[in-house]
Design a protein around this ligand. Structure first.
Ligand code: RB5
Length: 144
């Protein structure tokens, strides 16, 4: 299950991502908004709680730039959020960083590229190996 949310700056792109998820039979839980003006931290918090509670395995957050959402999401323990504007980053933030939240900029990245980015994010797994110790160091930073 994927948790997905957006603010007003990401609403149009969220609809396209949800259509894509539906087409690939990927279940998702929509945490808003529905096009109205909202504060992106409120949506980021909802999506992150779905993941940290175990209800969802990954999340997708979309605002105007993707940056505000990522800043908020990365404040939650257990969340590793990455803003991606290209497919290479989306692939390797899964394989090397085990990112569990993808952030997109609805005013930055076009629909076609954004859907390719989502595909890379969903289709790649954490490699482990030499990246495991680095990830542990990253997790340790949460409690310092
Ligand atoms: C909303 O106008 C805009 O600030 C928001 O979508 C996002 O880009 C923040 O990072």
């Amino acid at each position: 299950m994927i948790a997905i949310g957006c603010d007003h700056g990401g609403y149009e792109l969220k609809l396209a991502v949800e259509e894509y998820l539906t087409n690939r039979k990927q279940e998702f839980s929509d945490c808003g908004c529905n096009g109205e003006t909202v504060d992106y931290p409120d949506i980021a918090e909802k999506v992150c709680k779905k993941i940290t509670s175990g209800e969802c395995e990954k999340g997708i957050l979309i605002c105007g730039t993707g940056i505000g959402m990522s800043m908020c999401a990365n404040k939650a323990a257990g969340i590793r959020a990455a803003v991606c504007g290209d497919t290479f980053s989306a692939k390797f933030t899964r394989r090397h960083n085990d990112a569990n939240v993808l952030c997109l900029g609805g005013r930055v990245t076009g629909k076609g590229l954004a859907l390719e980015i989502v595909r890379e994010f969903l289709d790649n797994e954490f490699e482990g190996g030499r990246h495991t110790a680095r990830l542990e160091k990253m997790k340790n930073m949460e409690v310092k």
